[in-house]
Write a protein that binds this ligand. Sequence first.
Ligand SMILES: N[C@@H](CCC[C@H](N)C(=O)O)C(=O)O
Length: 257
Amino acid sequence: MTLSFYKYQGTGNDFVMIDDRSESFPEGDLSLVRQLCDRKFGIGADGLILIRNKEGFDFEMIYFNADGSQSMCGNGARCAVSFSKFLGIIERQTSFMAIDGEHKAEINDGLVSLGMGNVSSLTNSGKDFFVNTGSPHHVRFVENVEKYPVVATGAEIRYSKAYEQQGTNVNFVTPISDDQIYVRTYERGVENETLSCGTGVTACALVYGYQNDLNKVNIKTPGGNLMVQFVNSSDGSFKNIVLIGPAEQVFQGVWRK
Ligand SMILES: N[C@@H](CCC[C@H](N)C(=O)O)C(=O)O
């Protein structure tokens, strides 16, 4: 089998990107997805994205975590927008389909602004929060996130009774200033910490915005900086949510097996 691919990263969350408008990728072959994402025996990535044609939209993004499971991916979607521009499918603005529905996005000077789905509520989980931003996210505020045991505690929460059914991503947050937070994320489907998680930082920004009556939050992650803007209704519901940050092509190649 021969497969042409591109590698993209968005604040260090990295993806194998495949132009699959011909629909030749065997999308049901999850062991192939796992193999391609394997960092020792494959190309290596947090996830794999197929770009396909979709009637009524510029394209469809089909996202797989490194373990073959599927969900919405914010950083992956920003990379998919950048890749679609590279392929000549879009110019500056787009409307595309993802697993959680339609998204609109725009590229300006390498920065991708991605419209996210509305969030109707934040749920309290003890002192923590749960928010679904297209993917499920547990949010915990901690003293010093740079020193926090993200992988050990993240795995404990992800596999806890409360999330037995679907699992969850787990975010740890330390405020840096009135409008900036530092976020580290344990990702379901990668089963490890990633350098950044787009739906995760969005969830954390909404919780911080709710607590501090903000409409915009800057986020630092181990992989770089992001910004989330939103209309905050002050009752735990949010609309016009936009995730903004860089998305870059790293290399292209051919995989043979
Ligand atoms: N890295 C992603 C989130 C990918 C999905 C997640 N691991 C899940 O299974 O819920 C992002 O940038 O949002």
